[in-house]
Design a protein around this ligand. Structure first.
Ligand code: NDP
Length: 287
């Protein structure tokens, strides 16, 4: 039996529709449009594409979007000053610094991201938001793992009581994924590069989330028949060819449901950024 394909576009469209309605009701309730500021430092071409996509998505759902382009040689102090202005700006409810930062300030990344006010931290990377997630008080949660959860919820996939295995323990995906699954009552195992007998563990998973950055790493023999397989990986293996961390062709013959790459989880990340911006606006209005 071939797996059900979880198409990111279907879910992303649904989430954006929800956000659009939420933006309308916020306007009606408070007379204010939610606003997102994206800061991009330097000329990284991939970052420019990501920022343009975020700007376009804001337009689609009615969020005010400010793209702040800063030159390659921007200092840490100049960037902190800009964040400080945006923290105080009442038109802006969400702030995002596009990564990676240029080499001369990349070592200051944590200090720079931590300078964003936790209520405007739509990436969910601030230690306050990380801490809140880990004690079960979800505030602003990283967009990619939140998108994975939202996709499962919309697809009617039950999480409670399931054995979930997450491969990858990054702060952006693996760790928040662990907390989100745990707080939804899954029994969660997190694996990483030092995990021994990985396949023995992954074969126990009813829900397998893979975020490692290794093309086609998870093969059919690592997957329990009927499992839900969520592939977060994005790997460019040729100029115009993207693949995930899961060997889609073989695994789809074993899994019960699977996300494709491209066209899977990646499309939900921006939709969840829109969701987080509206949530941030609501948090600020309620203060
Ligand atoms: P990181 O490089 O930060 O983390 C990778 C994780 O995978 C680490 O915890 C590492 O273990 C683990 N790992 C590496 N090799 C193995 C292995 N052989 N066996 C088991 N675990 C292993 O990556 P990210 O979490 O940032 O991203 C992961 C993937 O997801 C990438 O392909 C990235 O492009 C993609 N991504 C996609 C997004 C989207 O919007 N769809 C958003 C963010 C990321 P250890 O900690 O021991 O080193």
């Amino acid at each position: 039996m071939t797996a059900k394909i979880l198409e990111g576009k279907v879910f992303a469209t649904q989430i954006k529709e929800e956000v659009k309605c939420d933006v309308e009701s916020l306007k009606a309730e408070y007379g204010v449009t939610p606003g997102l500021a994206v800061i991009i430092v330097g000329e990284n071409p991939a970052s420019k594409v990501y920022v343009a996509n975020k700007h376009r998505s804001c337009g689609e759902v009615g969020i005010y979007s400010a793209v702040i382009e800063m030159p390659e040689d921007t200092t840490k102090e100049q960037l902190l000053k800009k964040i400080d202005e945006l923290n105080k700006d009442e038109k802006i409810h969400g702030i995002l610094v596009q990564l990676p930062l240029p080499a001369h300030i990349s070592a200051d990344e944590a200090e720079i991201l931590d300078f964003i006010h936790p209520d405007k931290d739509v990436d969910g990377f601030h230690p306050i938001n990380v801490g809140k997630l880990s004690v079960g008080q979800e505030h602003l949660v990283p967009c990619t793992p939140l998108g994975c959860i939202k996709m499962m919820e919309l697809a009617g996939i039950e999480i409670k009581g399931k054995n979930a295995v997450v491969i990858g323990r990054s702060n952006i995906v693996g760790k928040p994924m662990f907390n989100l699954l745990l707080s939804r009552h899954a029994t969660v195992t997190v694996c990483h590069s030092r995990t021994k007998n990985l396949a023995e563990i992954t074969r126990l998973a009813d829900i397998l989330v893979v975020a490692i950055g290794k093309p086609n790493f998870v093969t059919a023999d690592m997957v329990k028949p009927g499992a839900v397989v969520i592939d977060v990986g994005i790997n460019r293996i040729a100029p115009k060819k993207l693949v995930g961390d899961v060997d889609f062709e073989s695994v789809k013959e074993v899994a019960g449901a699977i996300t494709p790459v491209p066209g899977g989880v990646g499309l939900l990340t921006i939709a969840m950024l829109m969701h987080n911006t509206v949530k941030a606006a609501r948090i600020q209005f309620n203060r």
